[in-house]
Every structure is written in structure tokens, then in C-alpha cells.
Design a protein around this ligand. Sequence first.
Ligand SMILES: [Fe+2]
Length: 279
Amino acid sequence: MAMSPRVSLPVATIDASQRLIFETTEDQDRAWQIGVFYLRAPRSLELDKVRCFGEGLSFPDSPYREIPKYGELEGFISLENNQQTKLALQRHRWDEHYPPEIANFGRKLDEIGIGIVREVFHQSGIPEQHWGPASGGYAAGEGTAFLNFVHYDTREPDLGLRPHTDYGFVTILDATAPGLQVELDGSFVDVPVLEGHLVINFGEALNFITQRSDRTVSAIVHRVTTQSASNPVRHSIVYFANPCLDGYLQQYDSQGRRQGSSTVHRLFESLEHKLTEDN
Ligand SMILES: [Fe+2]
């Protein structure tokens, strides 16, 4: 397979007060404009231990493979039509099914996700009292969060994951093998693995909320490519910060005037429609 060009993405850190910091304002501008950046993983995350837990799930005798399915999106899921198997759980089930250190890891990602969303709102000029309602509660510690452990078994011939944007606010990804590509200026480029860093991307819900503010963030189109046979199983940890499916999203301007709103359902439905038309 021909090598794709590699992209160099801006790098951010989270400071002691959970604020998102970029090295330069140009880096921050670019992150907001393209909708993806690296975040240096705080040491307190103990990523190595969590990666070990994730890799253990791919063993056929792992007890976590017995976790039941809750609807279509949660539980231990093995999809017939692509390379993915995953264990996916929403925040309110972490304590029941994950060991304590993994549930705690999820809560640390909650803090990071909230910190990123609050920085987006800060930059958008939307007055702080509206951040909670605008995000269906997520910026105030509510909303929905998923912590998922995903495996792509590349011995299956299908594409890892077709091109898409994420629906929610923010996605936090720990990928230890290449495969993620983002669409920039109409073509897909590789996102290299940067050891010790997470990949953050913005989703459609955050784009929607900031559309009438001083600073809109983009939701980036991305995909996962098939891996080389030398590294057949690709493990990743994914955290999704999402609105509750039965909630509302609100658009405010920097004067605090409400400019628009949508049920989460309606927004997601319109995105589905857009995807169907494009394909
Ligand atoms: Fe995605």
C-alpha cells in the first residue's frame, strides 16, 4: 500500500487547574480550525496499566467478554461486518463492570473532557452561566460519557472504520498503532502515533453549539485504515463525551442571547441524513 502523507498536529497540555494550554496561539487556532490535536497524557492517567487491561480483553477467556449487551451500543460487542470488537460502557455502568482503577481512569477522562469543552466555550465568548445548558449538561459534569476498549483484528479484510465525523462533543483516543487518518483539504493523511499523547477530536454537537458564537470549532472527518499483518490486532482506548440522547443542545452568542436549539435526536438524525446523501 502506498504511504500516505503524515500530518503534524498541534500539541496541548492540561495544567493543574484542568485548563487546556497550547504552546502558541497559532497552534490553538489550528486545532480549533481543523478539529483535532494531540494532548500530552497526564502521568496520573497511568496509561500503561489501562492499556494492559484493554489488551487482556482480546483473549478469548477474558471474563469481561461475558458483559451483557445493553441496547446496540453498550456491552461486549463483536461486529459481524468489520474488524472491530469492543467493550463499551456508559459512565453510570463503569463501577458495576470495570475494575476500580479503570472506572477511575474514566473519571479522569471526564475531567479532561470537561476541561476541553469548557476551554472551547471560554474561547467562544458564550457567557459561563450558559455552558451547562448549551451542552445538555456535559460541561457541568452531566451528559453522557462512554469509555470503550476497541480492537481491530486486521486479519479480517474489511476497512477498519469508514470515514465519519463523531457526533458528540469531544473524543479522546489512545491508539498505540498507526491507522487513524484525518481528512485535510480533501485528502486523508496519517495521524502518527505520538508516544505519551492522546488524540483529541471535536464532534458535531460541539460544532453545532458554537456555530453562533465568536469561535466555531470544526468536527473533523476521520477513518481507520487496515493494518499491516505484522501487527494484526490494534488496541485502542476511546472516550466519547456526548450529550444525552433525549436532551437538548442550545446555541448562544457572546451576548448570552439564545440563537438556536435542537433536540439531540434531531441533530443526530440530520447528520445521518447527510452521511447517507454523501455516500
Ligand atoms: Fe470516530
